[in-house]
Write a protein that binds this ligand. Structure first.
Ligand SMILES: Cc1ncc(C[n+]2csc(CCOP(=O)(O)OP(=O)(O)O)c2C)c(N)n1
Length: 510
């Protein structure tokens, strides 16, 4: 096979995997692939100078549209930069397609320039679609769920005059089928991480069951009117009051501490309905995990008597400059029809408290596969790239510092209606919420929290974004220019006082 044929085979393969968008980060080795891609029709190309952002952006595109997206890298450590996003895609079970250009197979193990061991580089986190050299006899590809890796070995002279292919000529992927009919009972529902389309399916089921629901913001269930009587506010605190016999968890693995505690409560039966296939618990006793397709075929009924759960409502007015109160003010400022991406540390937990009655059409996303604080800005930009409404990211300062190169791609977005809210509490303050860490000496806490006094205005400037630092929530009412970085510095004393107060909540039985 010639180099030209190998490149065309690669393009046909990713087209048949359902790819219609490709994120490229170019180098010399993958230049033939990149130039061939640019000659293709029916495919959107996004370009990046660094691969980690490219991969997280691709992940965000998949999260938004649920279609496979490819990342094309050159050889060497460029390919290795994809790993964090691949791991996240693995645990979210999303079709991130990795196309890594490589030197020919004869270079393996030689230590020759930019020849690393790329075959199988992603280990258990990606299925190998192919590891192709022009001298191989067969170039068959294998499709699977989750991330897929296609390693393509290109020889010199590098062929840069390859005709493109028409991606739209490849047939669409078949839809998944319904699961087998079944019947189950539950007395408490935990909901997290669902695509808005999945949330609509889930809402219909949960309304029929009629059991109380503790839902994270990312479940996207809060907007359904029929669920309002069932949705219990108060998250973690409410869960502490519940005595369920059978929990139905729907969507992603919840971020609540209580879910972790379920490990040691084997008498509580857990049924998971998730598209990831992961139970999210190490215990296997009394735990079952059903495929998402069962959502329509399984008959659920509510166990009576109910599990005795109590409602808890935070008082945001009492400590208005606290971090949770600020997150609540931001939640109120987000207009109807917006897409919101939540950072993995305190923001996702605080937003869970803040989200009582969201405005219509708000869609929420987060990277809760591996809970990393890396790549969050890039993933957000991926979820926002082709959305008509406003797109808001709420994240911690260290998370923002982790992904400073992400805004590179904004210049390629047609209408970037972006608000990036950095909750700057001067370090990783989630650790000050962990009792064992609070007991450590100051010097240790300094290192663990990575305390700092950095600000984000120069970051906004670097990427040509507007910047606002405010301590007045009224400033959030009439925000105009976009994209904009909004830096909030909550008052640590108020935050401390808020959480103390939250330990003694007002209990309002239903
Ligand atoms: C890639 C990665 N590295 C380290 C961690 C561990 N970690 C969890 S939260 C956190 C601190 C986050 O700080 P920040 O983004 O400022 O948010 P805050 O805790 O203040 O809400 C760290 C380092 C992680 N989750 N992901």
């Amino acid at each position: 096979m010639t180099q030209t044929q190998l490149i065309q085979q690669t393009l046909h393969t990713i087209a048949y995997l359902g790819v219609r968008e490709v994120c490229v980060a170019a180098g010399a080795r993958n230049a033939p692939l990149v130039s061939a891609l640019l000659a293709c029709s029916g495919v959107k190309i996004w370009n990046f100078f660094e691969e980690r952002s490219a991969a997280f952006f691709a992940l965000g595109r998949i999260m938004a549209d649920r279609q496979p997206v490819a990342v094309v890298t050159t050889s060497g450590t460029a390919a290795a930069e994809l790993l964090p996003a691949v791991i996240e895609a693995h645990y979210q079970n999303l079709p991130l397609v990795l196309v890594t250009a490589d030197r020919p197979k004869r270079y393996r193990g030689s230590g020759a320039p930019q020849a690393i061991e790329q075959a199988g580089l992603f280990g258990v986190y990606a299925t190998i679609v192919g590891d192709w050299d022009a001298t191989d006899e067969s170039h068959e590809g294998h499709c699977s769920d989750g991330p897929m890796h296609l390693n393509v070995c290109l020889d010199e002279p590098l062929e840069t005059n390859v005709a493109g292919v028409d991606f739209s000529a490849a047939p669409p992927l078949p839809a998944s089928e319904e699961g087998p009919p079944g019947a189950l009972q539950c007395d408490l529902v935990l909901a997290a991480g669902m695509h808005p389309r999945e949330a609509a399916d889930a809402a219909a089921l949960l309304a029929r069951i009629g059991a109380p629901i503790i839902a994270e913001a990312t479940s996207n269930l809060h907007g359904f009117r029929e669920l309002q009587p069932l949705l219990i506010p108060g998250g973690e605190q409410a869960l502490q009051s519940a005595r369920p016999a059978h929990v139905l968890r729907i969507g992603a693995v919840p971020s609540w501490r209580w879910w972790r505690d379920l490990e040691d409560l084997p008498k509580i039966k857990v049924t998971n309905i998730t598209r990831t296939g992961f139970s999210g618990l190490a215990r296997t006793e009394n735990v079952e995990t059903l495929a998402w397709e069962n959502i329509r075929s399984t008959q659920f009924t509510r166990i009576d008597p109910p599990c005795g759960i109590l409602r808890f409502e935070p008082d945001f007015e009492k400590f208005p400059e606290s971090e949770p109160s600020w997150v609540s003010k931001i939640a109120k400022a987000i207009p109807a029809g917006s897409r919101v991406f939540l950072g993995n540390s305190l923001p996702i937990r605080e937003f869970n408290l803040a989200l009582q009655t969201p405005k219509p059409g708000i869609e929420l996303f987060a990277n809760r596969g591996a809970n990393g604080i890396d790549g969050l800005v890039s993933t957000f930009l991926g979820t926002s790239a082709v959305h008509g409404g406003e797109c808001w990211l709420i994240l911690g300062d260290l998370s923002a510092l982790y992904d400073l190169a992400a805004p590179w791609v904004i210049a390629q977005m047609e209408h970037p209606r972006l608000r990036i809210v950095v909750i700057n509490n001067g370090g990783g303050k989630i650790f000050s919420r962990v009792a064992s860490m609070r007991a450590l000496p100051e010097a240790a806490r300094n290192v663990i929290e990575n305390r700092h006094s950095l600000g984000f205005e120069p970051w906004a400037q670097l990427w040509g974004m507007e910047y606002l630092q405010t301590d007045d929530a009224n400033d959030l009412a009439d925000l105009l220019p976009m994209p904009m970085v909004i830096e909030i510095r909550p008052d640590p004393m108020h935050t401390e006082a808020f959480w103390k107060d939250w330990q003694k909540p007002v209990i309002r039985p239903r």
